[in-house]
Design a binder for this molecule. Structure first.
Ligand SMILES: Nc1ncnc2c1ncn2[C@@H]1O[C@H](COP(=O)(O)OP(=O)(O)OP(=O)(O)O)[C@@H](O)[C@H]1O
Length: 281
């Protein structure tokens, strides 16, 4: 749909003869929080680089609100807030100077600002960026990306360097904020428990491909880990079969609980962390 904040189709990115992204399809729907999961090297940061227009793909299309990323109008670009893994550069600026300086490059001058992130970050406006700790720099990166209330928030492992209190508060504030603004979110993180409670959709990548892309309620309704290989008659898709472990299946429905009990097969609801581990192998 043209109003989807992000629509990626058939995305391919190669380095030398390595396909780092190998035909990715991914849509971020309006107002939804999408969790982007994948083991180290799966291609998450490369995907984010492509959708921000920082990397040029070899094939495929990326559209933001219907506009091709390579022809994005500056006003459309200004609707995106990006939080990188780490803030580099700008070290000689003071915190307030850097905020004011980057505000000059906005294509939507006079945009309203939300003080919530500055309050959360609690940074000294007069501090030099180079004197900030890793976690303080990350707070600054979050303030810089979110204070102008973007419509699409893209976050690449935003919380890894935050202390537990800051991380907890951030993960509580982000969904509240997104819902209030009607903003959409694409967030990658290795801290799966953080994402489990806030995401509407989960995308799991592996080796440059999408291994799973499902709405959160569908995961709960349709995926199970079961103690033995199911009968083909049950019509289930086998997502992963762990050696000496459970079988992950998709397509579960109510009637199967009885059939599983009769066959002596134990059935468990999915936990995102376990599902992720099973699909990442
Ligand atoms: N500039 C580059 N040149 C060559 N290979 C690259 C380059 N950038 C990334 N890669 C490779 O592409 C693959 C995907 O990297 P990417 O950083 O996108 O993974 P990721 O899922 O974000 O990983 P992580 O969780 O560790 O951040 C990796 O194998 C990486 O080595």
């Amino acid at each position: 749909m043209a109003d989807d904040p992000l629509r990626i189709e058939g995305l391919v990115k190669t380095y030398g003869n390595r396909r780092v992204l190998d035909g990715i399809d991914l849509t971020v729907h309006p107002g939804e929080i999408t969790a982007l999961l994948g083991p180290n090297g799966a291609g998450k940061t490369t995907l984010i680089g492509c959708l921000l227009g920082l990397l040029t793909p070899d094939a495929g299309s990326i559209r933001l609100w219907g506009e091709a990323v390579e022809e994005l109008a500056p006003q459309t670009r200004a609707r995106i807030g990006f939080v990188p893994q780490a803030l580099t550069g700008f070290t000689w600026f003071r915190v307030r100077e850097l905020m004011d300086y980057l505000a000059l490059y906005r294509e939507r001058p006079g945009d309203p600002q939300d003080p919530i992130w500055e309050e959360w970050a609690a940074l000294d406006p007069a501090a030099r960026v180079r004197s900030l700790s890793g976690g303080e720099r990350q707070r600054l990166a979050i303030v810089l990306a979110l204070r102008f209330m973007p419509d699409l928030i893209v976050l690449d492992e935003p919380v890894a360097s935050l202390d537990p209190q800051a991380r907890h508060d951030f993960m509580r504030l982000l969904p509240q904020y997104a819902r209030r603004q009607g903003a959409s979110v694409l967030i990658s993180s290795h801290i799966i428990s953080d994402l489990e409670n806030i995401s509407d959709r989960v995308v799991i990548m592996r080796h440059g491909q999408v291994r799973l892309d499902m709405a959160e309620p569908d995961i709960m309704n349709s995926i199970r880990s079961i103690s033995a290989t199911p009968s083909p008659k049950w019509g289930l898709e086998i997502l992963a079969e762990e050696k000496d472990g459970p079988v992950w299946v998709r397509g579960w429905r109510e009637g199967l609980d009885m059939a599983a009990a009769d066959a002596g097969i134990a059935v468990a609801m999915p936990e995102l962390e376990h599902l992720f581990l099973a699909l990442s192998r």
